[in-house]
Structure formats: structure tokens, C-alpha cells
Design a binder for this molecule. Structure first.
Ligand code: ZN
Length: 328
């Protein structure tokens, strides 16, 4: 498939070069059991592999070769294999339930760096979302101040150990992609200078991911990975991964030169423009965030304002400026 005027879109370009193209798979987590999803049906991986693959999603992910074979067998024998259930009847858990590391990249879209009033970094600005914040695609977002914000993001999932890999080979180490919300408490994030990105973005429930892990080979060459975030049905973010400053191959290569990436590590690749903070608009109790990415599905997360954290009432000057600008 031809991609017009897209030489700069390294993700598609690199997928296009991969010769071993087939159907790929959608991998999900139902009640902490690994499943493959076809249409709206899901198939328990442990059952349909006659016990050959682990039921634990983290362990199943490590058997990428077998997973691929199982998925190929499933798609060519669909009629003969008993469906385990329908995804609409269950609550999906995060496809990567217990990532060892959850990296995130700040200011990785030009329009977001601009709206935040920050310079484009010369190298990826990487921080941690502590893995304990990871929840599923329908998880509730528990807010502890009035300054909580959304950040819809494309998330890359590492499929095998990567150390010192080049950008040219980096996608061989990526199992697939999913959607993520890098929920951020701006009051905690900007409590001090330098800011507290790690803590401000790692409150319990601040890392919804899902709904599936979609393997790279199932993403069409011409998919622009258009990301959309709606809050209460209103479009707030709409941008393509084409606009990433540091793309996935670059990020995987860059991180792997510093530390060894392992299967199940995840990378939130950054958010495009349109987040609430710069407009002085924050999430409120009862708000519903719906995040979609072309070809990856969508997630719906409801916000609940539960209590105040210790800095909840100390509004950082940086945030106050945005709020004041809004009132003008
Ligand atoms: Zn982010």
C-alpha cells in the first residue's frame, strides 16, 4: 500500500518494510486471563492452546512466537474453535497488567509544547508513570484535586528484551500498540521547580490503557493512528502520531541505550495539543473521557472526585496563570 507524502512517518514506514505480514492479533485481558479478540468475540489463550500458552497475560506476552502461531491457527479455523465469550459482556483489564517499567514522554508533539509554553526538547523528555497507576480501558479516574487533566496518548508495548538497539531495528522489539491516558494532577505536577512529573502523573488510577494490545503486523500501512480525545462527547484532542517529534523507533532505540527494555515495558509516547490545563479547564466529578485511536479501538474512563491530596488547595503559579487567562 502506498503512503503518500509520508516519508517522515517512521512507524508506518518501518512496518511497511517488515516482510512477515499476516493478520496479526488483538490481545486483551479478561479477569487476568490472556485472550485473543476476533470481532467482538474473545478466545481464552490457555484453553485454545490446550495449555501450551500461559493464562497470565504478562507470561503469555513473553511467548510472542507461539502467540502469533496461535492467532494464525485461530483465524484459519474460526468456525471450529469455541468462543469463550463476548467482550461486551465483560470488563476488560489492562492488556499489560503489571508493566515492569512505564515510561512516558513529555512535550513530544509540537502543538502541545507550544500550548504549554515550553521549548521543544533536544532529546526525549522522559519521566515515569509508576506502574501501580495502570488501570484498564474502563477504569474510574480517582481525582484528588480540582486540577486534574487528561492526555490521550499512543502507547508502545515492548515485546522482547532490547538493549542498545538501533532505530532501524527497534520495531522488532515492539509487541504492539494500545491507547493510554496520561492523567495528570497539575497541582501536584507543578508543586515545585523542577516540576514533579513522576508523582503528578502516578496517582492511583492515573494510567488507563487498553482496550487491546494490537500487534504491529495487524496495523494497516496507511493507518495514520489518528488520536481523538472526547470529554463528555466534545472533541478536545485530534491529532495523528505522524506529528510525534520523537517517533516510536527513536524512543525505543534511545531508551534501550540507557537501560535494557523488557517484554511488557510500556511507553506513553506523549500527548498532542488540546489538553485542558493551558485553557484553565480541568476535569470535574462525573466527566467521561473517551479516547480513540484509529485501528486500536477506544477507551471510556469516568472521573470521580474522591478527596483532597495535601497540595490540592495550593494552586501553583504556573497553573493560576492559565486560570486567570481563561477568566479574561
Ligand atoms: Zn503525557
Amino acid at each position: 500500500m502506498i503512503i503518500e507524502n509520508d516519508e517522515d512517518f517512521a512507524l508506518s514506514g518501518a512496518i511497511k518494510k517488515m516482510e512477515d505480514k499476516n493478520m496479526g492479533y488483538r490481545f486483551a485481558n479478561v479477569d487476568n486471563r490472556a485472550v485473543l479478540v476476533v470481532g467482538d468475540d474473545y478466545y481464552d489463550i490457555h484453553k485454545i492452546s490446550n495449555g501450551a500458552l500461559a493464562s497470565d497475560p504478562m507470561l503469555a506476552l513473553e511467548m510472542s512466537g507461539e502467540l502469533k502461531q496461535l492467532s494464525d491457527r485461530l483465524s484459519s479455523n474460526l468456525e471450529e474453535i469455541t468462543v469463550t465469550g463476548n467482550i461486551n459482556d465483560v470488563t476488560l483489564c489492562p492488556p499489560v497488567a503489571r508493566p515492569r517499567n512505564a515510561f512516558a514522554v513529555g512535550l513530544n508533539y509540537r502543538n502541545h509544547a507550544k500550548e504549554a509554553g515550553m521549548a521543544i526538547p533536544p532529546a526525549p523528555m522522559v519521566f515515569t508513570k509508576f506502574p501501580s497507576c495502570i488501570t484498564g480501558p474502563t477504569g474510574v479516574v480517582e481525582m484528588r484535586s480540582d486540577y486534574v487533566d487528561f492526555e490521550g496518548e499512543l502507547v508502545a508495548v515492548i515485546g522482547k528484551t532490547a538493549k542498545n538497539v538501533t532505530a532501524d531495528n527497534a520495531l522488532e522489539y515492539v509487541a504492539g500498540l494500545c491507547i493510554g491516558q496520561d492523567i495528570s494532577d497539575r497541582a501536584a505536577q507543578f508543586t515545585s521547580q523542577p516540576p514533579q512529573f513522576n508523582l503528578g502523573k502516578s496517582f492511583d488510577t492515573f494510567g488507563p490503557i487498553g482496550p487491546y494490545l494490537v500487534s504491529l503486523d495487524s496495523i494497516a500501512d496507511d493507518n495514520k493512528l489518528m488520536l481523538t480525545t472526547l470529554v463528555n462527547g466534545e472533541i478536545r484532542q485530534k491529532d495523528s502520531a505522524k506529528d510525534l517529534i520523537f517517533d516510536i523507533p527513536f524512543l525505543v532505540s534511545y531508551l534501550s541505550q540507557i537501560l535494557t527494555l523488557q517484554c511488557g515495558d510500556i511507553i506513553f509516547t506523549g500527548t498532542p495539543g488540546g489538553v485542558g490545563g493551558p485553557e484553565g479547564l480541568f476535569l470535574k466529578d462525573g466527566d467521561v473521557i473517551e479516547t480513540s485511536i484509529e485501528g486500536l479501538g477506544s477507551m471510556k474512563n469516568r472521573c470521580v472526585r474522591i478527596s483532597d491530596h495535601s497540595r490540592a488547595l495550593e494552586v501553583p503559579e504556573f497553573i493560576q496563570t492559565f486560570i486567570d487567562n481563561r477568566k479574561i
